[in-house]
Design a protein around this ligand. Structure first.
Ligand SMILES: Nc1ncnc2c1ncn2[C@@H]1O[C@H](COP(=O)(O)OP(=O)(O)OP(=O)(O)O)[C@@H](O)[C@H]1O
Ligand SMILES: [Mg+2]
Length: 150
């Protein structure tokens, strides 16, 4: 195993997935790619229509998207620090725009990783089911092995 992709959303299960990915990387001497997916920046025309439909000021929507993006940058920085603290330094961080369920398998393919690691749940779901929709879809669509951390 040479390359591991771990997807994080800031939730506890995702931090746990990062820990497990870090342990595996250390054991296998593998590289780690840390991925966080943010919603895409709406195109200007779409943005105007969206803001009108939702009756929110355009500036507010732009500010919200910027703050999501900054939070995403901070999230992957924290992941890098946590991995460094566990002795893993061969780390790349990626903040990508898109839908997590499709962007994670697509990145796995593009990067040619041997394993994708995700948490069983994330921050957006109800705790009623054991698996969130993103971890389910990654397990279904990734062409490489997937580890779902609980
Ligand atoms: N935006 C994201 N970027 C990167 N990884 C993500 C993202 N969202 C979820 N994941 C990954 O998928 C795992 C499972 O999260 P998921 O979103 O499936 O659960 P949930 O939020 O509880 O439920 P749902 O989103 O279906 O309502 C997370 O622990 C994380 O590893
Ligand atoms: Mg989610």
């Amino acid at each position: 195993m040479q390359r591991i992709l771990v997807a994080i959303d800031g939730s506890e299960p995702a931090w746990k997935a990062l820990e497990v990915a870090g342990d595996l990387a250390r054991l296998a001497n593998a590289r780690i790619d840390v991925l966080h997916v943010v919603r895409p920046e709406p195109p200007p025309e779409g943005l105007v229509a969206y803001a009108e439909a939702e009756r929110i000021p355009l500036e507010e929507e732009i500010a919200r998207w910027r703050s999501d993006r900054l939070a995403g940058d901070a999230l992957v920085r924290e992941a890098r620090d946590r991995l460094a603290a566990r002795g893993v330094s061969a780390v790349e961080t990626i903040v990508e725009e898109g839908t997590p369920a499709t962007a994670i398998p697509a990145s796995a393919e593009r990067l040619g990783v041997d394993l994708v690691v995700v948490g069983s749940r994330g921050r957006t779901g109800l705790a009623a089911t054991l698996l969130g929709s993103v971890s389910q879809r990654v397990a279904q669509h990734a062409r490489c092995s997937v580890l779902i951390v609980r």
